[in-house]
Design a protein around this ligand. Sequence first.
Ligand SMILES: [Zn+2]
Length: 205
Amino acid sequence: MSDSENDDEETDFYANMITCEDCEGNEFIPDDDELADDETELTNEEKKIRAYKTTCSATCISCGESVEYDNLPWVKMYANYCVCLVIATETVKGKNKLKQCKVDIGSNDDEEEPITVITNDKNVREGDRLVVAMIGAVVPAGGAEEEGENEMTIQKTNVGGVTSHGMFCDESMLRWGNTKNKAIRMPENIELGSRPTRLPPNTIK
Ligand SMILES: [Zn+2]
């Protein structure tokens, strides 16, 4: 195998997912070589999911500029977002339209305790795999999408007398589309506690 074939494979790993602030190049390689290995058995969708979950910095191929892990666009945007599982629901006392959900957030919680999330999405049920924006997550606040203007940070909130520790994400909160107030379902191959994918999993090419 020639060197150039090797280069091509590595280039594909982050293809068009990051833009370099210095040279506007969009070909990056992950700084941890292990990630580029052993990809032959993966489908394109699996490769992309893996890339979006990558936990290392990346280097611009054109100019050598490095992007730290925390500054990878999908890491920054989805800080404090995670894929979760609804393990129990009950109606909030005296509030017919509010559901109190016990939510497993995987390894995001050191104590491995489920968190409580209150929702008014009547379709949320036990067993649903959703995305939760936890305390500290920055979500779009609706309206225009000018950066910074219409964002809010999720905080511990009293909803109908119960403390809610997050919000289930709809399409607009994930910046996937415009649909609101309808919690997004995630496929089972995306593990609990991981960040959501940057694009809907079924559209990843
Ligand atoms: Zn660059």
